[in-house]
Ligand binder design. Structure first.
Ligand code: 5AD
Ligand code: SF4
Length: 377
């Protein structure tokens, strides 16, 4: 009888793709993926650590297994960013978790489950953790497992080496590693053979991509040429790596969605410096101008963090006014959340909760009106 596995996915699109990668690995090793958690022999939580709130959601979902005794509950695996962040401490906080696996060790999951099933007895307290991996084998991207029949996410790079001071990603996903562009193109062609026509290229910082002389601009031009591909997009870009050539490449590729997600994070030069973003407010605004000149009718969205340590009303107003001036099509606003190991963890988290909420609400409302106005035009 096949072992049924259910996967809960939290967090970003990278995690959505990682869950497919895990599902592909499991299916190729004789497991079955179920869409009903109640009939699962194994439940995996593919987790996110980007903000405290994301982690709290997982702890609370996990808590539902607390009361079930060992015989009556499925094997529980916590994988992804939280596994890497907490490592064996997961077992202290949630003793009913049977194993943990970090983002760079996904390939080991089928073997771990197999070990657990074959050695499981009520008397053994077998706990497994795998968080030391530094690489992913290329094959894991070629299982052909995609959830959607029309659209596929394609990871072009793993990890991140930017070290924005608030961000946990470099610590949980490791440094930036670019996949060989030939493998990326091959994965897209394989998906096209399965009938998929639309693609999103994924990376923490896609426009820093470089492999054997192929930078991101060249990569999107190559992807644009693939026969059978109808439409594609990419996320996420970093302003410090954005150039006019990049915008020209976007504008030249007819199959590429004329859309750019370019997180600004703050409109205050002082805060941008503390965030280690590597650009100023002026540089960002000039990028927006150039983008709009080169990519005609291109839409633009952003991410913003309010309440970063020491953010004053004046800093906040710099961000508020930037949002007003730029007129983004869409903006995702977040309240600052302290993350372990980051540089910003050393700074006092001194904007109080109420004030963070106020700043969050003000920009949210401003953006709502801007989006509404833009949609009416
Ligand atoms: N606190 C709040 N928001 C954060 N982000 C990343 N780290 C944090 C943090 N510690 C936001 C950034 C990023 C988005 C994915 O999440 O805006 O672009
Ligand atoms: Fe994705 Fe970052 Fe969350 Fe990890 S911590 S799941 S990389 S958003």
């Amino acid at each position: 009888m096949k072992i049924n596995t259910y996967i809960y996915t939290f967090g970003c699109q990278m995690n959505v793709r990682d869950s497919e990668v895990i599902a592909g690995l499991l299916v190729n090793n004789g497991y079955q993926i179920t869409i009903n958690p109640d009939e699962a022999d194994v439940i995996l939580f593919n987790t996110c650590s980007v903000r405290q709130h994301a982690e709290d959601k997982v702890w609370s979902e996990l808590g539902r297994f607390k009361k079930k005794d060992k015989q009556n509950r499925p094997i529980i695996g916590l994988v992804g960013c939280m596994a890497q962040n907490y490592k064996e401490k997961v077992f202290t906080r949630a003793p009913y978790v049977d194993f943990i696996v970090g983002p760079n060790d996904l390939r080991k999951i089928p073997q771990i489950i197999d070990n657990l099933i074959n050695q499981r007895s009520p008397l053994t307290q077998l706990k497994i953790w795998q968080t030391n991996g530094t690489w992913r084998p290329e094959e894991i991207y070629h299982s052909g497992f995609y959830q959607d029949k029309e659209h596929a996410y394609v990871i072009i790079s793993e990890g991140c080496s930017n070290y924005c001071s608030y961000c946990i990603v470099p610590y949980v996903r490791g440094p930036l590693r670019n996949r060989n562009y030939k493998d990326i193109l091959r994965e897209i062609e394989e998906a096209i053979d399965k009938g998929i026509r639309k693609f999103t290229l994924l990376g923490q910082n896609v426009n820093a991509y470089e492999f054997d002389g192929i930078n991101f601009n060249k990569l999107i031009r190559l992807v644009n040429e693939i026969k059978g591909l109808e439409e594609f997009g990419f996320i996420t870009s970093h302003p410090k790596d954005a150039t006019e050539e990049f915008f020209k490449a976007i504008s030249d590729c007819q199959k590429l969605k004329q859309y750019l997600h370019l997180p600004v994070q703050s409109g205050s030069d002082r805060i941008l410096k503390l965030m280690n973003r590597g650009y100023t407010r002026g540089f960002y605004l000039s990028l927006v101008d150039r983008y709009r000149k080169i990519v005609k009718r291109g839409s633009l969205s952003t991410d913003i963090i309010v309440g970063f340590p020491s953010e004053t009303e004046e800093d906040f107003l710099d961000t508020y006014n930037l949002v007003k001036d730029v007129q983004f099509n869409n903006a995702f606003i977040f309240k600052y959340s302290v993350r372990p190991n980051t540089e910003a963890e050393k700074l006092p988290d001194n904007v109080d909760k109420k004030e963070k909420e106020r700043r969050h609400r003000l920009i949210l409302e401003l953006q709502k009106n801007i989006s509404k106005g833009l949609n009416e035009n």
